[in-house]
Structures are given as structure tokens and as C-alpha cells.
Design a protein around this ligand. Structure first.
Ligand code: SAM
Length: 232
């Protein structure tokens, strides 16, 4: 369970009402039952349910089971997609250990708003499920040009589905984390965006084979390959 609080042996911490409901009503856990706790800073803690009643629950951390692993600076920039696709991408990218998920608005984005709070909740659930000890940061959704203007220069690979593009394995040669992967919206990037990307020194384009993938497929396939090729 993720708790946004310091974790120390013997210091009780309250669960959120949602977590209390999940533990008590869904998982049927009661006082004394074991739980695993993390807060993104102090590693993983074995602990117990100290008290539980409806939507209130006190948890008692007992022993640190794993230290906090370092969080790599790996980033997924994803155009605002339809809600289900966006949520799926956030869940899978979290499972894969991404450090930052940055939603971007592009000229052909179908979705004109992104519910960042909902995405953060999905990331938390996914982190709890896969026993990852940190949450990815969910960047405030921004227009793509603003993100590029503020970029700190780490290599940004862009999924490009048309034209003569090197395969990702070639584009990522010699690359080591930190890195970032950018995927366009359902309708793809437009010419202006592709020209803007092409003139940035930190950008390179890469293909994931000859087929046009759905944006969510490209997001997760690219991340998986980059992890394998460039680490983290
Ligand atoms: N409608 C667009 C078209 O026909 O050109 C397709 C856009 S595709 C559904 C959405 C995004 O996924 C693209 O902007 C690109 O970033 C990524 N993508 C799709 N297929 C890809 C591939 N084979 N290699 C790399 N990226 C890909």
C-alpha cells in the first residue's frame, strides 16, 4: 500500500478511506493481518493492521524489508489520447518502471483535456499491484512546444510511423538512461510538429517496424525496447 507519510517502525499511520475500504471490505483483512507499505522514499515496510473499522484504518510499520531503490530518469511523453487508451498507457508504463509520464497536447490530439488526478490514482494502483516502491511523476499536461522549449536536453526519441526512419534498435545505439520516448496522438503528428522536432538537437526519430501502431501500442512497445536497449 502506498502511503504519503513517513514510515518508521512502531509509528502508526492512517490509511486513506479508499485503502481502508479495500483492506476491510474487499480483501476481508482484519486487525493483526500483515500488510506491505511504501511511501516512495523509505523503501518497503512489513507491517500490520493495527485497527480497522469501515473507512478508517491504522497501519503499523514494523520492519523495513527492502531499501528504497534509485528511480531512473526515464520519461514517456504521450499525446493526449482518448481516456481509456491514456489510462492503459499510464498503468502499463508504471508497471514497466517509468520515472515520468508527461501528457502533451498536440495539434491533432482528439482529447482536449487530461484528468491528471485520475492518472495519478491509476499509477498508484499499478505501483501497488506490481510492488514497485515509487510512483511515477505525472507531469501537468502541456502543449508539446512548451515541453520542448523547457527541455533539459536528455535524448528524446520520437516514434515515427512513416518515412525512412531507423529502427529503434539503431536509433538507440550507445544510449543509456536517462532517455525519453515521445508518441503522437491517434491522428499522428502534423508537419509543423515534425519540423519543430527535427530542428531540436536532442531529438531523434525511430520506427517500431513497418506497421502503423496504435499510439498506446507504440508507447508501451517503445518503452519496453528502450529499457532493454538503454537500461532502466
Ligand atoms: N494516423 C497516423 C498516420 O496514419 O500517420 C498514425 C498515428 S499512430 C496511430 C500514433 C502514434 O504512434 C504516432 O504519432 C507515432 O508516434 C506512434 N507510432 C505508430 N506506429 C509507429 C511505428 N511503426 N513506429 C514508431 N512509432 C509509431
Amino acid at each position: 500500500l502506498y502511503l504519503d507519510q513517513p514510515l518508521e517502525a512502531g509509528r502508526e499511520v492512517p490509511a486513506t478511506p479508499g485503502q481502508a475500504h479495500y483492506l476491510g471490505s474487499v480483501m476481508r483483512r482484519g486487525p493483526g493481518d500483515a500488510v506491505l507499505l511504501f511511501n516512495g522514499r523509505h523503501g518497503e515496510w512489513e507491517g500490520r493492521i493495527a485497527a480497522i473499522r469501515k473507512d478508517r484504518c491504522a497501519l503499523l510499520p514494523e520492519r523495513q524489508a527492502r531499501p528504497q531503490p534509485p528511480q531512473a530518469d526515464t520519461r514517456l511523453l504521450v499525446a493526449a489520447l482518448k481516456r481509456d487508451a491514456m489510462e492503459w498507457v499510464v498503468e502499463k508504463a508504471t508497471e514497466l518502471g517509468i520515472g515520468l509520464i508527461q501528457p502533451v497536447f498536440t495539434r491533432r490530439s482528439v482529447a482536449d483535456r487530461v484528468n491528471a488526478a485520475r492518472l495519478a490514482a491509476i499509477a498508484q494502483e499499478a505501483a501497488e499491484q506490481c510492488e514497485r516502491l515509487s510512483l511515477p511523476r505525472i507531469g501537468a499536461p502541456q502543449p508539446l512546444p512548451a515541453v520542448l522549449e523547457a527541455w533539459d536536453g536528455i535524448p528524446l526519441l520520437v516514434g515515427a510511423e512513416r518515412g525512412e526512419r531507423p529502427p529503434l534498435a539503431r536509433a538507440a545505439k550507445g544510449l543509456h538512461a536517462p532517455w525519453a520516448w515521445l508518441v503522437g496522438p491517434e491522428g499522428g503528428f502534423d508537419r509543423v510538429e515534425l519540423d519543430d522536432l527535427a530542428r531540436r538537437a536532442f531529438v531523434s526519430t525511430a520506427a517500431l517496424g513497418p506497421r502503423i501502431l496504435r499510439a498506446e501500442t507504440a508507447a508501451i512497445a517503445g518503452l519496453t525496447l528502450l529499457q532493454a536497449l538503454a537500461g532502466d
